[in-house]
Write a protein that binds this ligand. Structure first.
Ligand code: ACM
Ligand code: ZN
Length: 750
């Protein structure tokens, strides 16, 4: 390579070459070499400084995955070597590396320890996926394609958070989680060790934090904040756990060897229920009079009392002794300040310090902790609420309630980490916060100028675990979205292309299967979820871009498993029923399901059909559309439109529309049903749109495949109170827009 690596690190990623290996996150520069690949054999020698983390990691990986125990050497032979050399200072950005693979060997240049690890994580993805298995498999050729890679991260903070308070995950899984971060070149593990669900870290000076605070009674895997109790005499089921100092030291070391810094979070002054169960004297003196139903806290740290600060400083001393991280996270979010308002000690403090209000008391609290951490050579980081009442001097802001907090902090010259709920909350479902959506995230908002943008250290995805009780579920929530987040934080912004990313992403699944890691599998896509036919129909799946595993299906409404029928092409249906599809991966995990409902329909209809609906009007009070078969209409009429014209009063009524839908051509008909309150659409007895329940004006869409003919159609609707609306639109096959359904509707004339 004769291009300066430093310069290349500033350039946009080069477009992927055809046949280029799929590396996640995308390297800054990757060129496929012309030569033949390099094969790692038992004769390959390793040339590297003995204390180099990347070299050690490579040795471990090849020993466990390939059964190859590489001998070390001081110099390279003409053939068969992997050589690590530190790059001259300033030539490669921090955590960066270059790889030069030829038939003879692999030359690695690295900027620092982290760079050597990142080089090996790329090398890992250049090797066959079998390298991931912990038992050497049948693969015997460990070849690495001839490539040139020059790579370095865009941001220094590439974080993943894990809440171990709401649910507890054992130390062995924390190591696995760190492995996952390292695979994706993420370098910060934000360990959320304290929250209302339990205190998870051994603290010698305050043993009750774990004796009492690590064990809750009543809430096991089903989260319910209002039922949190730390009282063993309750007789309720026990749940919890904590990490011993020995475990933490081991995990910190394990992470460091993988270029992962652990930032511990000791949440304060709110979200700390277990603390007050263990040491009630640390909380405020009075319960506020206001109704606290649904509030996250039963108390908060008393910000007026000196003993609170002594306690926190003592805890932080033990935390800092365990965690070498420059940053210590102190939480700071969602503090219920009504406790401070009601507490005489806090009110005294406000007076004595000349503070204006409880916001300034929070600021006073955070400033004191900031000063303490700074006196020990550390830096405070907290959620964006720490901006309220004035930000402490050295504080770094983690912006979660959107990006505005991060923008304000960066403009004021503070460092920030962007972690907005909109893109970085992996506890949100995979369908509401998709991988593709995460990929659109940019931690640097346009509102920041170049100087301010330098304060953006990077970004982070958070995994809050109220609704994530198992390690398998954690994996399901992070994979594959972590790859999108990783690429946002590592790769240059310019030249990013989501489709190119998705095609590279498909390479991850075989590795995850071999690692035994669970992941989200989307529901297979189908053209329509409802289908009417005359004799028979064919149901098929829209083939996806390289999804892992295979598509399986059932015909009895049950969810597919690894034992279900393999989908190999269109399925012929000749009776009423459902086809349920899911991806099932090599490990036997089934993903989300897609159901297609099918029914035969009699094309024979009354001969004297004329335009319009039969409309029936009912009165009553409902929260769902009623069962019309059990009701007697107040009034019946014929109407050419789906609307509310037939109502006799403003509230508490229902309508039922019935007729025949005229399908002039065979094909897919798309419907949009808008209503306030609830409604539904059925054709041939099949549900096409379900828009039921009390709600503001809401449009829901659905589609059905219809043969040519006339098919029974029904719309149900009810109105509870206040605003109301109802309309139905349709797009026929071949039509280029959606319009009113009324021209398609007929009913039997008398
Ligand atoms: C948070 O999600 N409450 C930081
Ligand atoms: Zn107080």
């Amino acid at each position: 390579m004769n291009v300066c690596p430093l310069l290349l690190a500033l350039l946009p990623t080069t477009p992927a070459q055809p046949g280029a290996p799929a590396i996640l996150p995308k390297p800054v520069h990757l060129a496929v070499g012309a030569g033949s690949p390099f094969e790692i054999t038992r004769n390959t020698v390793l040339v590297a400084p003995s204390d180099l983390e990347g070299a050690r990691l490579l040795q471990t990986m090849l020993a466990t995955g390939a059964g190859l125990h590489l001998p070390t050497a001081h110099r390279t032979n003409s053939h068969g070597w992997i050589r690590f050399q530190k790059a001259p200072a300033g030539t490669i950005k921090a955590e960066g590396y270059t790889l030069h693979v030829t038939h003879d060997g692999i030359a690695v240049h690295y900027a620092d320890q982290g760079g050597s690890v990142n080089a090996v994580e790329t090398l890992r993805q250049l090797l066959p996926p079998a390298i991931e298995a912990s038992h050497p498999s049948g693969t015997s050729h460990w070849t690495v394609p001839a490539v040139d890679v020059e790579d370095a991260p865009r941001f220094p903070w590439r974080g993943m958070h894990l809440d171990v308070s709401r649910h507890f995950f054992p130390a062995a899984f924390i190591k696995k989680y760190i492995d996952y971060l390292a695979l994706m070149k993420m370098n910060v593990f934000h360990w959320h060790l304290v929250d209302d669900g339990g205190w998870r870290l051994q603290i010698d000076k305050y043993p009750k934090l774990t004796e009492v605070g690590a064990w809750r009674y009543g809430i096991t895997t089903d989260w319910d904040q209002s039922r949190l109790r730390f009282d063993p005499s309750s007789g309720l089921p026990k749940y919890g756990g904590f990490y011993t100092k020995a475990e933490v030291r081991d995990i910190v070391k394990y992470a460091a060897a993988r270029n992962v810094t652990i930032v511990p979070e000791i949440e304060m002054p709110g979200h700390a229920m277990p603390v007050f169960a263990a040491y009630p004297e640390l909380g405020c003196k009075n319960q506020p009079k206001a109704d606290l139903t649904g509030q996250p806290d039963t108390n908060v740290y008393c910000a007026g009392s000196e003993s609170t600060y002594r306690f926190i400083e003592n805890v932080l001393d033990e935390v800092m002794a365990l965690f070498p991280s420059k940053w210590i996270h102190i939480g700071g979010d969602e503090v219920d300040k009504r406790f401070w308002k009601a507490c005489p000690v806090c009110q005294d403090r406000i007076k004595k310090e000349g503070l204006k209000n409880e916001e300034e008391l929070q600021s006073y609290f955070v400033r004191r902790i900031d000063k303490y951490l700074a006196s020990k050579g550390r830096r405070l980081i907290g959620w964006d609420e720490i901006l309220e009442g004035g930000l402490a001097k050295g504080a770094t802001v983690m912006s979660w309630r959107g990006i505005d907090g991060g923008i304000a902090a960066a403009k004021a010259g503070h460092d920030v980490v962007m972690s907005p709920t909109s893109h970085a909350y992996f506890d949100a479902s995979n369908t509401s916060q998709t991988t593709e959506h995460v990929y659109t995230f940019d931690p640097v908002p346009p509102a920041l100028n170049a100087t301010e943008a330098k304060h953006v250290l990077g970004g982070q995805a958070n995994v809050w675990t109220e609704w994530i009780p198992t390690t398998q579920r954690v994996e399901y929530m992070i994979f594959p979205r972590i790859a999108a987040m990783s690429e946002v934080l590592w790769s240059p912004k310019e030249g990013r292309d989501v489709n190119e990313f998705l095609s590279r992403l498909s390479s991850i699944y075989e590795r995850l299967d071999r690692l035994g890691a669970n992941y989200y599998l989307p529901a297979p896509r189908v053209k329509t979820n409802a289908l009417l036919f005359i004799d028979h129909a064919q149901v098929s799946v829209i083939e996806e871009k390289k999804m892992p595993g295979s598509i399986r299906y059932t015909l009895d409404g049950s969810a597919p498993t690894a034992k279900s029928k393999l989908y190999a092409g269109p399925i012929t249906i000749d009776r009423k029923g459902t086809v349920t599809f899911a991806f099932v991966n090599q490990a036997g995990h089934a993903g989300s399901t897609t159901t297609v409902e099918c029914a035969p329909s009699d094309p024979g209809v009354p001969s004297n059909l004329i335009r319009g609906w039969n409309v029936a009007y009912y009165e009553g009070s409902w929260t769902q559309t009623p069962d019309y078969s059990k009701l007697t209409p107040i009034k019946e009429a014929v109407s050419t439109t789906v609307d509310l014209a037939q109502r006799a009063r403003e509230d508490n009524f229902a309508l039922h529309f019935a007729g025949y839908f005229k399908a002039g051509t065979e094909g897919l008909y798309r419907f949009a049903l808008t209503s306030d309150d609830g409604s539904w659409l059925k054709i041939g007895g099949l549900s096409v749109v379900n828009n039921d329940g009390t709600h503001p004006p809401t449009t829901r869409e659905g589609s059905i495949w219809l043969p040519r003919g006339f098919f029974p159609i029904e719309v149900g609707y009810f109105q509870a109170a206040e605003a109301k609306s109802l309309s139905l639109s349709v797009q026929a096959p071949g039509a280029n827009s959606i319009g009113p359904a009324d021209p398609f509707i007929l009913h039997a004339g008398s």
